[in-house]
Design a protein around this ligand. Structure first.
Ligand code: NAD
Length: 349
């Protein structure tokens, strides 16, 4: 099996996470070194036992390097990826792949001319909670799914420095939004007919500190995607409705359940007092009308991100993250920006 040697440009939070937590698990890829414009991070590279290249040019001039990970602020992905491709390296870009679909098209054209592979690290396709939701949708355990609500809520505002500025590709749409939207595009078939969106700028940044997006798929499935950084009480990570039940995943530890209609008992529930009134509609179902089921284990993906990158480069394997999927994701993000600017829902596909 051919081994690949890799280097990282941008050794901050995520670059060093790749070095310590992700690349060591790759079967046939090993990390040789890295470069960062920050002297303190250059020192961290050496302290971690890797080659600390004196410049990006020196990294790219190393003939042992097959593959470069770009893990810098988002606005730097394009020039650094193009430089690496032109130096004959394969490239992985952290998400968002680029600032716009036009930028990605430009990079893919360079990759094609250079006969090199370009990948985007859409790692949350592998998240256990998302694999569980995938199994619920595919197995129809709660019937045909018609609504998916996907949320992440924090209370500490936008983290770090560059993420506060639009010019560096900051804001939550380009941060968590990229992950949550990618998951839904990967999961659900068919075109998205309409996109509706609102952003929040409560914290006074020049980019969004949170957003709510509604995607209407032509299939009839409606999705709500929400990211908040001012939520001192979090809503569940996933809330999914099907024709025969509802599923919920509360948190990253996969607390949650499925509540599924048995079809055995169709007796109307007795009215309950609600506030100062009475309701039949909102009364809980009778005991025999539903069963509570554990969440499924989750549909696994064929292989890890890095093993797939290796197999694409060395053996022409099928990609798990396809560039045309990433291009569609960036087009969707453009449509979301358009919807927030105009305050109108916009047609998409
Ligand atoms: P960070 O600020 O912690 O690190 C960025 C690093 O890049 C810094 O050390 C900075 O000095 C360096 N840098 C900036 N310009 C450079 C240049 N021209 N050449 C070399 N180094 C340069 O940011 P981060 O949180 O690590 O985010 C980096 C990237 O990773 C972003 O694209 C972000 O969206 C992505 N990210 C992805 C995930 C994920 O789960 N996939 C999670 C976090 C961050």
């Amino acid at each position: 099996m051919k081994e690949l040697t890799m280097a990282i440009v941008g050794y901050g939070g995520m670059g060093s996470y790749h070095a310590h937590a992700l690349i060591p698990d790759a079967a046939h890829i090993h990390l040789k070194g890295a470069f960062d414009i920050d002297p303190a991070r250059q020192q961290a590279i050496a302290d971690d036992g890797f080659v600390s290249y004196p410049s990006y040019g020196a990294l790219l001039a190393d003939p042992e390097i097959d593959l470069v990970l770009v893990a810098t602020p988002n606005d730097r992905h394009k020039p650094l990826a193009i430089q690496a491709l032109n130096a004959g390296k394969h490239v992985i870009s952290e998400k968002p792949a680029m600032m716009s679909p036009a930028e990605l098209e430009e990079v893919l054209a360079v990759a094609k001319d250079a006969h090199r592979e370009f990948f985007t690290h859409q790692n949350r396709r592998w998240d256990p909670d998302f694999r569980v939701i995938t199994e619920i949708v595919e197995s129809h355990s709660i019937g045909d799914v018609f609504r998916i609500e996907s949320r992440v809520h924090g209370a500490d505002g936008i983290p770090g420095d560059w993420r506060h500025y639009a010019k560096y590709g900051g804001g939550m749409i380009r941060d968590w939004g990229v992950h949550l939207l990618d998951q839904l595009l990967f999961l659900l078939d068919g075109p998205i007919s309409r996109v509706t969106a609102e952003t929040s700028t409560i914290l006074g940044n020049d980019c969004d500190d949170g957003f709510t997006v509604r995607l209407d798929f032509a299939s009839g499935i409606r999705c709500v995607v929400e990211v908040g950084t001012t939520n001192f009480i979090s809503l569940p990570r996933w809330y999914v409705k099907g024709t025969k039940g509802t599923a919920e995943i509360i948190d990253w530890d996969l607390a949650g359940e499925q509540v599924i209609a048995t079809g055995v008992d169709t007796t109307a529930p007795a009215p309950i007092r609600a506030g100062v009134g009475l309701t039949k509609t909102m009364a809980p179902p009778t005991e025999n009308a539903v069963r509570h089921a554990a969440l499924p284990a989750g549909t696994p993906l064929a292989e890890s991100f890095y093993d797939n990158v290796h197999d694409v480069i060395t053996a022409g394997a099928a990609r798990i993250v396809k560039n045309e999927e990433v291009l569609r994701l960036l087009r969707l993000i453009d449509a979301i920006f358009q919807a927030t600017e105009t305050g109108q829902s916009v047609g998409f596909e």
